[in-house]
Design a protein around this ligand. Sequence first.
Ligand SMILES: [Zn+2]
Length: 125
Amino acid sequence: MQAINSESGAAVVRYELITCIACGIAFGVQANHWATVAQCGGTLHCPNGHENTFDAAAVFETEDELRAALNDARAEIVRLKGELVDARHRAEMAEARHETPVDSASAPKSDRRSHRGKRIGGSSG
Ligand SMILES: [Zn+2]
């Protein structure tokens, strides 16, 4: 979409300033092209040839959208932390069930006789 300068009558082309994710160079993209990329996703190349791919789902046009996504992400973090706590608790409970109590009353007593070596074929004498 082109605007017309009311004084000069010249066409005014608006640009969005994009920063390359690979090399950091700033480059302009026509605003109408950027709007399409932001809405549908796409790839832009910086002047150094690096591909900057935009996932439509990850492009936020307004601060409100960005804040909403941030809030969603924070809620997800809280939910995942809760799941982690539950999983750790379940793991500890499972570990406790499988551990045998180690106390002298219930632990099997070692039978000394079973450890005595058997002599086969005596060489006494
Ligand atoms: Zn680049």
